[in-house]
Each structure stands twice: as C-alpha cells, then as structure tokens.
Design a protein around this ligand. Structure first.
Ligand SMILES: C[S@@+](CC[C@H](N)C(=O)[O-])C[C@H]1O[C@@H](n2cnc3c(N)ncnc32)[C@H](O)[C@@H]1O
Length: 221
C-alpha cells in the first residue's frame, strides 16, 4: 500500500502549524490600537478587510488541524478533481486539499491571495510538499481573480478569506457547483448573510454548523 500524501506531509504541516501557533503573538500585537469590538467590525466589513489583512500579513491564520483533516477527508471521499479556495495565506489548508487531489489521482486547485508575500510563501510551501503542480495561486483580490476561468464543474470550495465576502464569492462559483458539491466555510459566524443564504430551505443547499467554527454545506440541486 502506498503512503497517503497527507501522511508524508506531516513534518511540513507540523512545522507550519507550530509557526501558526507562534504567530498568535504577532496577531495580538497587530491589534493593540484596536478594541475587540472594532476588530470584529473590521472582520465583518466589506470595506475594512484590506486594512485587517494587511495588519495580519505575517501570520498564517491557518484553519485548525482538525479542519485541515476534515478538508482532506471531504476531498478524498467526494473524489474531488476541481477545488476552489478563497484565502490561501501560507497555504496550510491548500496543502491538505492538494494532498487529497494527488491521492485522488490528480486535479486542479485554484486558490486566491492578495498579499504578495503570502502568495510567495504558499508557493514555497506547496513546492516543498511536492504539490505545486496541482495548484494555481491567483494573486490579487479574489473578487476579481475568481471572476473568470473557473472549472466548468467544481467539486469543493473552501471559503477562508474576508468573511464579509463569502456571499460574493459564492455568487462567483455557484453556477459551477456540481450537485453534491461541498462548501466548507471557516469562521462563517462572522458572515451572517452567508449563513442565512445557505441555510434557507429552497436555496439549493443543505447546511449545518460543524465542529467549533465551520459551516459545512452541500449543493443539493
Ligand atoms: C484566514 S487566512 C487563510 C488561511 C488559509 N486558508 C489556511 O488555512 O492556511 C485568510 C487569507 O485570505 C486573504 N484574503 C482575504 N480577503 C481576500 C480577498 N478578497 N482576496 C484575496 N485574498 C484575500 C488574506 O490575506 C489572508 O491571507
């Protein structure tokens, strides 16, 4: 039996998750001049997200280890071939998804990041993991970079960029979601508009909160 790619990535992922843990101090330092309420407002704002993520450009802000496992498992179990990711950062979630594509026999992962230094780090990490050939990192605002040239059928979407934009990114991919497509939205509690849309019966989705802060959604028609 061959070793699953996710298993051989363990040392790299351990190093990156450790980096994420250490960067929590960087995150705290980035917000000493901002109240908690203002930070939440920035997270939920459709205009403040550039400032927010510029402050956080040195932090990986990765999904949890558990969510990483979940992403790999969902991409494997759905035999995903075409994946779109909103919010690459250092590429930790991207590594999990690309590992699943490799173990599914190949595919295409389009991911999006507007901080150039983060896109460069993601490229390095995906190269170190031997997965860069499966990944297209689109640099710039995802509202633009994901507005064209997407796969005809998308199997899985990860929403993990600016929370206020989740409905707008869903607009960009919605027509291409195949029946049964999976959407994982991290920290979706900061996007009430998105939650209302995917949870509303009749909108074509089934959706449920999952684990601590993940919304798991399936396109049902
Ligand atoms: C929470 S982090 C992503 C973490 C990553 N998914 C992981 O688990 O490793 C969110 C990232 O999205 C990027 N981002 C936020 N809004 C964006 C937008 N509109 N277009 C492109 N990138 C965006 C930020 O710069 C940040 O690096």
């Amino acid at each position: 039996m061959t070793t699953p790619t996710i298993t051989s990535l363990a040392p790299l992922l351990d190093r990156l998750f450790d980096q994420d843990e250490t960067a929590r101090d960087v995150m705290r330092a980035a917000f000493t001049d901002v109240t908690d309420a203002d930070r939440v407002r920035m997270m939920r704002s459709k205009t403040g997200y550039r400032d927010l993520y510029a402050r956080l450009k040195d932090a990986p802000l990765a999904v949890s280890r558990e969510t990483g496992h979940l992403l790999y498992m969902l991409a494997r179990s759905s035999r995903a071939k075409a994946i779109v990711e909103f919010g690459t950062s250092f590429g930790i979630s991207t590594l999990h998804l690309a590992a699943a594509l490799r173990d599914n026999g190949g595919g295409r992962l389009i991911t999006s990041e507007f901080e150039p230094s983060k896109a460069a780090r993601a490229r390095e990490n995906l190269s170190a993991g031997g997965l860069i050939d499966l990944v297209e990192i689109r640099e710039g605002d995802a509202l633009e970079t994901l507005s064209a040239d997407l796969p005809d059928q998308i199997d899985l979407v990860l929403l993990d960029g600016a929370k206020a934009l989740y409905p707008d990114i869903l607009d960009l991919v919605e027509d291409r979601l195949k029946p049964g497509a999976i959407i994982v939205a991290d920290n979706a509690d900061h996007s009430p508009e998105y939650l209302a849309r995917v949870r509303k019966p009749g909108n074509g989705y089934m959706s449920t909160p999952f684990a601590e802060d993940v919304e798991l959604t399936v396109r049902i028609h």
